[in-house]
Design a protein around this ligand. Structure first.
Ligand SMILES: [Zn+2]
Length: 264
């Protein structure tokens, strides 16, 4: 059955409404979520608009307000972690009750590995409600993971999306050692990065058949390729184009506990 979107029952056709100009991006995005949940296409009732237009409560008083500031906050938190000066913000009863009462307003979304040595809230020294995290072995862009990240930036207003690889990643190691043979999806999904890493190692005079040489390059390439794929997809692409979202790739060192941002 074709679903019709019209303006009956006293509802408002959002796309044509000038009111959208008067509310912020977060409210706009929340409207989209409400429309989807209600099965209303982009047609919303005045009650929906009133709900969406309420000013969000930011439980983190230092919540970054721009994509660049969001990445800077992650870097600053990691500096504290790596130097043993972490402050454990946003863990107290005030933050706990705030996020309970007013909901979450994470400033960053992170796609990281399930590895138990790389918990994002700890290594970036952030608190409850600060990070919207998707973790999967090998920090790969699986369908459900990508949809989750889209929720984090679209509906919750995260300003930065970081793909975080890490040193000594077991999933990438399995991909390096299995390439190009058939393997479980969470391993074979990393093959494009292994392929590129082998080329880079060969071009730099190394041995592409030596896993020890290929692994660190593949870890970096996998984070970069994953970030690039996310950047090409909606809703991420439009948000980046609008200056409302920054997408980055980084790698965490188990040796130094520092995150290094990667460039293609
Ligand atoms: Zn890993």
């Amino acid at each position: 059955m074709k679903h019709e979107c019209n303006a009956n029952h006293g509802s408002i056709q959002l796309a044509a409404s000038a009111r959208i100009q008067a509310i912020d991006r977060r409210a706009f995005l929340r409207l989209g979520g409400l429309a989807g949940i209600a099965g209303l296409c982009w047609t919303l009732t005045p009650a929906h608009l009133a709900l969406a237009a309420t000013t969000p409560v930011y439980c983190n008083p230092n919540r970054p307000t721009t994509p660049a500031d969001a990445l800077a906050a992650l870097a600053a938190g990691n500096d504290l972690w790596a130097t043993g000066q972490q402050q454990h913000p946003g863990e107290d009863s005030t933050r706990r009750s705030c996020v309970d009462q007013y909901g979450q307003t994470p400033f960053a979304a992170i796609l990281s590995c399930s590895d138990s040595r790389v918990p994002p809230e700890l290594i970036f020294d952030q608190g409850l409600g600060d990070l919207f995290v998707v973790r999967v072995a090998g920090n790969s862009d699986t369908l459900v993971g990508v949809q989750s990240l889209a929720y984090g930036v679209n509906h919750l207003g995260a300003l930065a999306l970081l793909v975080l690889g890490h040193q000594k990643c077991g999933a990438v190691k399995a991909a390096v050692e299995s390439y190009p043979r058939p393997a479980p999806v969470f391993v074979s999904i990393i093959y494009p990065a292994v392929r590129k890493a082998r080329i880079i190692v060969r071009q730099s005079g190394g041995n592409p058949n030596d896993p020890n040489q290929v692994l660190p390059v593949a870890i970096n390439q996998h984070a970069l390729l994953t970030a690039a794929r996310l950047s090409s997809k909606q809703p991420f692409r439009n948000l980046v184009k609008q200056g409302a979202l920054a997408i980055a790739a980084g790698v965490y060192s188990l040796d130094t506990q520092a995150v290094t941002m990667l460039t293609p």
